[in-house]
Design a protein around this ligand. Sequence first.
Ligand code: B12
Ligand code: SF4
Length: 544
Amino acid sequence: MDEGQQFKGGRLNSVLGKNELRDYLANKEETGVTPPSTRPEAFFSYGKPLDHPPRVLLIAPRITIPQGMVKRVIPPLGLSYIAGSLEAAGIDVKVIDCTIEGYEQEETVGNLMTYGLHPQHIAKAIEEYDPDVIGVSVLFSTDLMNLFETCRIAKTAAPRATVVVGGLHATIYPKEIFELDRKLNDPDPSIDFVIRGEGEHRLIRFVRALCEGKVDANADGLVGFKNGDYFCNYQVTTIANLDTLPFPAYHLLPMEKYFEINLPFSPVPMGDRVAQILTSRGCPIGCTFCASTNMYKKFRVRSVENVIAEISQLKKAYQIDEIQFADDNLTLDREHSVRFFTELTKLQLKWCTPNGTMVNTLSPDLLDLMARSGLYQITLSLDSGNIKTLKNLHHKPVDLSRIPVLIEKAKEYGIFTHGTLVVGMPGESIDDIKEGFEYVMDNLTFTSISTFIAAAIPGSELYHQALERGLIVREEAYKIDTTRSRIQLSDLDAGYLEALVMDFQKRFSEKAKTTDPAAYAKKYKKLIARGRMPVSEHYGGRLT
Ligand code: B12
Ligand code: SF4
């Protein structure tokens, strides 16, 4: 994207001094070479060669959220992809998703609630399977403690197994993972290696080497210890052709349980059997508050045929009746989008974009095509109604004048429109926020809106700015709560900012409800019927 590129220089320059994110970005090439590793192999001995075919156990730990937030639950996409690749490579693999296995189990500490199976309840399953490698994923920084408790139990239940960690936080901050593990578990750490970046190929190579009792100290993205000395390899490559990846191995997960709970990525689905699909990876835009753009900057898109084949397979195997696209930037490539939505029309499924789409990539004619292919809700990430904030603080290219036209077009088709806002950025004044709110109030007739309070999310530029300016301490940022002004990024009084957001949400929701009561009732039908939508949640911007 031209505008995205234009912002890129500014974005990197605005990261103050040297920090882990800057170091990570500077040394990540995203060459798109598959398989990667241009460095010569440097094996060292690690344990004994295996006398049996390797067994790999992948675990998604339980999840911690602010109290009152909807307990969404979807199959872990990253681990399902990795499992699919391991299987295709002939490696025996099992997956445990703690959130689904113990969905009703809750533990509350202060304002936070953790749900899912406590890892002590999987100790027996781990012992029985007796894995050689245990791979644990950390998707959210808020789940670091859940990661450590899982790794501890895994190591205790299977002391012979090698414990490997992957995911966004571990990728950008691997040293911190080891430091915390050693602090918590000294003198008996529970994590052996971190694998940075996309795990599909890297884990296969790691397991294969381990079978021979060795580890490659030069392996792309591998971080760990060689004879007691720490080494940290950069993540050099990304998967060039996503079509080469096997589909996610959902057959290893209890899919019926996810369908039964029916609180997917967007927790207000129209369908009863919802699948999450990624048609692409990466986003080059570089918004200051976003971590995913730093994990995968390079945008790579699967072929239309490949995505349609996956959806058709899911229809056949699980009778899915809705798709929710989990892409960071679903419509970035316009020409591709046109071809994709044209083909999608033939499958006759409902679909939505819980993650938000980029306003500047949309046009009425594309929306027309999207509507005909089954779109029932579009999330428009304007993120601010204030141009100054967008340009100077968010670094997000958004042409606000496009939105009313898109909303009108969506209405013609009975499509719900959902807007997202992010307020309380460092440097944003109360007047800036109010100006943005009033612009939205007066001009944009979304069906619903979520107003998030800016959070310093680990992996984002904002996080490092906040750290370097002494606005936050690391540990606070692990408690991401975008409904509260807990880390005081701006000079605004926290209570005042929260009240302002609440007031705006309330006014906007009431207006939306009175303007189009039918749309409101239809959208929230399921949640209201299940008593799952306390008014405060809706006003707090916790629903999409
Ligand atoms: C789907 C999703 C969700 C789902 C997650 C459901 C689930 N359990 O999977 C839901 C809707 C619940 C969700 C919610 C939120 N999310 Co969210 N979400 C995503 C999203 C869009 C996709 C994640 C994904 O599946 N990626 C695709 C897979 C293929 O990639 P992956 O998970 O990274 O896995 C690959 C590698 O990391 C690696 N890997 C992963 N695990 C392992 C393990 C091993 C052993 C190995 C070797 C490798 C490996 O290999 C995988 C395959 O290549 C990401 C953005 C993104 N692009 O990642 C944000 C993202 C993870 N979310 C984010 C945030 C902030 C949130 C919220 C806090 C937002 C909010 N305001 O409320 C909430 C609440 C979180 C919570 N605790 O519930 C941030 C997290 C940043 C951080 N540092 O924590 C992200 C990165 C987006 C962003 N804006 O920056 N989210
Ligand atoms: S917020 Fe969206 S557009 Fe901005 S960098 Fe993140 S994924 Fe890309």
